[in-house]
Design a protein around this ligand. Structure first.
Ligand code: ATP
Length: 308
């Protein structure tokens, strides 16, 4: 039995370029891995089967569309295993359709878990390539830490970071569809008259002030540099998120933004004590389902020690 722990992500910068002819957007995406984890446990089985536990388990598909199942099959096909056998159990703590790349995290974890269970010893670079085939956010869940993602987000460069940052995540009731949020972003750009195509929107680039804040371990500077080009679209689809962002800021957060495509809201705190207080205030505010205080960056998907 192999258990892999894999983190959620927040995008500390999410710059969204214009709509490309292939339907994707060019992104300048600074991924930051945080201490909110799913665990994927692989045990020998027949075929590829799945189970899931956790507060959002009912929303997780247990068929071949699940990224963990797709990852297992992709790894098996890469190694020419005709008849792969594994049962994957997902202990899900990352909110589903929450803008924290939980499905991608499970895909990355399944790659690592099946690789170990089947004794394949796949080189890390090959795992990264397989991860990119599964989805734009999957390679980062393998890598962890902080990284700049380009293209659709799948071309990654690890970034230097000093120390730890303290975060609070306010989990919303229900999810938001990532493609729907991108479509709303395009629609808002059209409505504003700026246009939404590649020709209309400048190619986004990493913000030097944000990179300097990360490298210096400076939470106040990072808070000032947080940006998410999808935030307006997420707020347009879910206006109540403005109340959540306001509640966290009132409770002392030094920075607040929607995480990725939302609806999870992310808050930067000045220290661990403040993060705990902000999480308690957010939970009490009634503007979210629950709130978690945590820290980051943390490593990507890794085999965890067996439980006693
Ligand atoms: P991202 O931040 O990468 O855009 P997200 O965090 O908003 O994604 P996910 O939790 O990854 O969203 O789920 C998006 C959809 O993917 C779900 O609604 C579900 O149908 C599907 N899905 C496939 N595999 C999984 C999985 N292992 N866990 C959760 N959802 C999954």
């Amino acid at each position: 039995m192999i258990t892999v722990r894999v983190p959620a992500k927040v995008n500390v910068q999410l710059g969204v370029g214009g709509l490309r002819a292939d339907g994707f957007h060019d992104l300048a995406n600074v991924f930051f891995a945080v201490g909110l984890f799913d665990e994927v446990t692989a045990t020998p089985g027949e075929g590829v089967t799945l189970s899931c536990t956790g507060p959002d388990a009912a929303s997780v598909p247990l068929d071949d569309s699940n990224l963990a199942a797709r990852a297992a099959r992709l790894l098996a096909a890469h190694h020419g295993l005709a008849d792969p056998g594994v049962h994957l159990h997902i202990a899900k703590a990352i909110p589903v359709a929450g803008g924290m790349a939980g499905g991608s995290a499970d895909g990355a974890a399944a790659l690592v878990a099946c690789d170990a269970l089947w004794g394949l010893d796949t080189p890390f670079d090959t795992l990264l390539e397989l991860a990119a085939e599964l989805g734009s956010d999957v390679p980062f869940a393998l890598l962890g830490g902080v990284a700049l993602g380009r293209g659709r987000g799948e071309i990654l460069d690890a970034l230097p970071v000093a120390g730890a940052f303290h975060w609070v995540f306010a989990v919303a009731e229900g999810g938001l569809s990532t493609p729907a949020v991108f479509r709303e972003c395009d629609r808002l750009r059209e409505e504003a008259g700026t246009g939404s195509s590649e020709a209309d929107v400048p190619t986004p680039d990493a913000d030097p002030a944000l990179l300097a804040a990360l490298a210096a371990g400076d939470p106040v500077a990072l808070a000032a540099a947080l940006t998410n080009d999808l935030q307006a679209a997420a707020l347009s689809l879910r206006p109540s998120l403005a109340d959540t962002l306001h509640a966290g800021t009132e409770a002392g957060a030094i920075g607040a933004l929607v995480s990725g495509s939302g609806p999870t809201c992310a808050f930067l705190a000045k220290d661990a004590e403040s993060a705990t207080a902000i999480a308690a205030a957010l939970t009490a505010s009634g503007t979210c389902r629950t709130a978690h205080a945590t820290h980051g960056p943390v490593p990507g998907a890794e085999v965890s020690a067996p439980r006693p």
